[in-house]
Design a protein around this ligand. Structure first.
Ligand SMILES: Cc1cc2nc3c(=O)[nH]c(=O)nc-3n(C[C@H](O)[C@H](O)[C@H](O)COP(=O)(O)OP(=O)(O)OC[C@H]3O[C@@H](n4cnc5c(N)ncnc54)[C@H](O)[C@@H]3O)c2cc1C
Ligand code: FES
Length: 252
């Protein structure tokens, strides 16, 4: 797939929750070819930031030519991103990486924190075919169900403090869900500790599991090696180019 470096026009950059923002851009070139699980390297023309920042594609509308990202303000780059205004230009390099294999008939999507963002695009593509199990710290961070409502079949929620859904973590609820429904695949994105826990439960239940890894990135194109990662069979892969999506048994 061609990697395009192109100026996109910002349409909207609005807060969704505390320190979490939704950025929508007009970028027909990327909207026409990106697949769920791929990401874009955004060049933020603020604060003399040299390196681009990687964000997953949270959704797109190919017909309208728009791409949406959902990001958390973490450091200098994402803080600068919050000040971007409609009609400004932002250079996008993408779509990058390999997306999810969209082969499942009855998948369970599992997301934690901002790892829920790329699953929105997966759920959209699967159009009511997937259930989603999502976890967050508290009710204030769980604006996600509304976004998933049009796309997901069933939505299961956990929060660390029990203020919404089941109290606890996604992996606490997962065994019960696997008893209730015969999922043919699990697709997971979130903190590594959560993905490891999910992968272990999936392996014990003989359910294929795809994970989306996150590493610090510079080029995003497979050239600088800053995102290298060892596989279980002794290969060294680049998360930006060979991933970010892998089968769990390859990398966890
Ligand atoms: C493939 C991929 C997809 C991602 N998708 C999303 C998303 O959809 N929503 C979201 O909120 N965040 C996402 N992230 C994480 C996001 O890229 C970082 O939070 C962001 O780069 C932090 O930049 P900063 O300048 O605010 O933070 P700083 O800590 O100031 O960043 C310093 C440097 O480290 C890099 N860096 C810092 N944290 C990360 C990180 N976790 N991953 C990669 N590089 C990092 C930055 O790019 C920058 O070069 C994704 C990361 C990857 C690798
Ligand atoms: S970020 Fe440069 S090789 Fe992956």
């Amino acid at each position: 797939m061609p990697k395009i470096s192109i100026d996109a026009i910002i349409l909207e950059n609005k807060p969704l929750g505390s320190d979490i923002y939704q950025l929508s851009v007009a970028c027909p070139e990327i909207a026409s070819c990106a697949q769920p699980g791929m990401f874009v390297q955004l060049q933020i023309n603020r604060e003399m930031l040299l390196l681009r920042r990687p964000l997953s594609i949270a959704d797109l509308d190919a017909a309208a030519g728009t791409v949406t990202f959902i990001y958390r303000r973490i450091g200098k780059g994402t803080a600068a991103m919050t000040s971007l205004q409609p009609q400004e230009k932002i250079n996008c390099l993408g779509p990058l990486g390999h997306g999810f294999a969209m082969t499942a008939k009855n998948p369970l999507l599992i997301g934690g924190g901002l790892g829920i963002a790329p699953l929105l695009f997966v759920a959209h593509r699967l159009a009511g075919q997937a259930d989603i199990l999502m976890g967050g710290r508290c009710r204030q961070e769980m604006f996600w169900p509304e976004l998933f409502q049009p796309y997901a079949r069933k939505i299961f929620i956990t929060t660390d403090d029990g203020s919404l859904g089941t109290k606890g973590f996604t992996i606490d609820l997962l065994p019960m869900l696997l008893q209730q429904e015969k999922y043919d695949q699990i697709i997971v994105c979130g903190p590594e500790i959560m993905m490891r826990g999910v992968a272990k439960i999936a392996a014990a239940a003989s359910i294929p599991c795809q994970v989306s890894l996150e590493k610090r990135m510079a080029c995003g194109l497979g050239a600088c090696l800053s995102c290298s990662c060892d596989t279980n069979d002794g290969r060294r892969v680049k998360v930006c180019k060979d991933g970010p999506v892998f089968w769990a048994q390859e990398v966890l």
